[in-house]
Design a protein around this ligand. Structure first.
Ligand code: SF4
Length: 431
């Protein structure tokens, strides 16, 4: 097995973003708002409920993004702000308290309630942090009430998860004084992927590994100076800062996509916990080889093909690193809504020097650049994909990359396939 590849071995540490040459765009954004995160977060924490304080538009967004799913006991809902609320003719706080009281009386299984702010609640300046504090006292012992904003004014798409987890950090209990170092995986991963990682960490000999978020409210991890954490998602900048404020130490690594990214991510934990290098290599070898074999069949289709990422999910940089380093694709531009340089340093360092890194969005200018570059594949939001397809470009919906299990060795083949499929479809249609 090869050692985890570093920036130096590829000689690409002069990538534009590392040199500070990031193209900054400050135009109109064309991405989902942070409410979208509820779609995957509500599946993760089984006794949590997400109450969006918003409009019918917010309710429609959630329903349509969630697909046609009918739950007997749903884990999210919308408290609709009506016109009279917007006109200041009703006391929104009283109404919100009534809605929450009714919900918790009917659903005593809810142990963690998130009040999620939206554009309308922001516009009428409804103070959800005070509401959460008030309701937490009222329902103390039964349900913890927290709040965060998922509004389109304040958040883009995956920032909703960051805001949600950052809201959780202050209420995590303190680690016991002098407690042994513990590993924390930060980011909502599908259970099956989380279990794969937990098995690998156990085989490595890292005894205590906890996840934020946990699957149940009572199992949220403690935090303290003994906490070493690995970000599973690149968009968790605020959560990382909040954890560091509580003394936790972030472990630097690439994000766990593909064979190399996953190796780097696991290796950072192994180093932090003093795991013997030979033992590390022998534990990860089977998974790493499986991942390499699984992506091999996509190499032929993807190798040498150019790719353009429109800013959308904040997964763009590590995915571009995976496609470049492991599949031989050629990234033309990698756009991301926000560039968390520190979190992304290792992935950024492996992008070819000629890659344009852009932060923020100016959709018209970016579309002009897509049309001029004519990439083989453009990764973009749903709204841009159809018009680009109509112009003869091949696209991949960014949202699929967020909703699909793509982390870790055993998902590497599926991840590569997500990029290969549109190119295969294009070739079939051409014939
Ligand atoms: S929060 Fe704002 S952007 Fe998101 S669905 Fe509601 S109104 Fe639309």
């Amino acid at each position: 097995m090869n050692a985890p590849v570093s920036a130096a071995t590829l000689g690409c540490d002069a990538a534009p973003a590392i040199r500070g040459e990031v193209l900054r765009e400050r135009g109109q954004r064309e991405v989902f708002c942070g409410l979208t995160g509820i779609i995957w977060l509500h599946r993760k924490v089984q006794d949590a409920f997400f109450l969006v304080v918003g409009s019918r538009t917010c309710a429609h967004l959630l329903q349509s993004a969630a697909g046609v799913m009918v739950f007997a006991e749903p884990r999210f809902g919308t408290a609709i702000i009506e016109e009279r609320d917007l006109a200041g003719m009703a006391d929104c706080n009283e109404e919100l308290d009534r809605v929450v009281d009714r919900l918790l009386a009917r659903r005593p299984d809810i142990k963690l309630l998130f009040l999620v702010g939206s554009c309308p609640s922001e516009v009428i300046k409804l103070d959800l942090s005070r509401a959460a504090a008030r309701l937490s006292v009222k329902h103390a012992g039964a349900t913890k009430v927290l709040n965060y904003s998922g509004s389109g004014i304040e958040t883009t798409f995956t920032e909703g998860e960051d805001a949600c987890l950052a809201a959780l950090v202050p209420v995590l209990r303190d680690a016991a004084p002098g407690a042994a170092p513990e590993l924390m995986i930060v980011g909502a991963l599908p259970d099956v992927v989380e279990d794969q990682f937990l098995r690998l960490f156990a085989q490595l000999g890292i005894t205590t590994v906890r996840c934020l978020p946990a699957r149940r409210a009572a199992d949220m991890p403690p935090v303290g100076t003994n906490t070493r954490f690995l970000l599973a998602q690149p968009f968790l900048g605020e959560t990382a800062r909040c954890l560091e404020d509580r003394g936790a130490v972030r472990l630097d690594a690439m994000f766990p996509f593909g064979a190399e990214g996953t190796t780097s991510w696991l290796h950072a934990a192994a180093v932090a916990f003093g795991i013997d290098e030979m033992h590390f290599r022998s534990v990860i070898a089977p998974g790493r080889e499986r991942a390499k074999r699984a992506i091999e069949h996509c190499r032929e289709r993807l190798g040498g093909k150019s790719i353009f990422f429109m800013p959308d999910s904040q997964l763009e940089v590590p995915l571009a690193r995976f496609l470049t380093q492991e599949l031989g694709m050629v990234p033309i531009e990698v756009g991301t809504p926000y560039l968390h340089r520190r979190n992304l340093a290792q992935d950024l360092a492996l992008l070819p020097a000629a890659t344009v890194i852009s932060e923020g969005q100016d959709v018209d200018r970016q579309l002009d650049r897509v049309r001029a570059a004519k990439p083989d594949l453009t990764v973009c939001g749903l709204g841009l994909a159809n018009p680009l397809e109509a112009e003869g470009l091949t696209t991949k919906w960014a949202i699929e990359l967020v909703f699909s299990p793509v982390h870790g060795f055993d998902q590497a083949g599926d991840l590569a396939e997500l990029f290969a499929r549109p190119l295969r479809r294009r070739d079939v249609l051409k014939v």
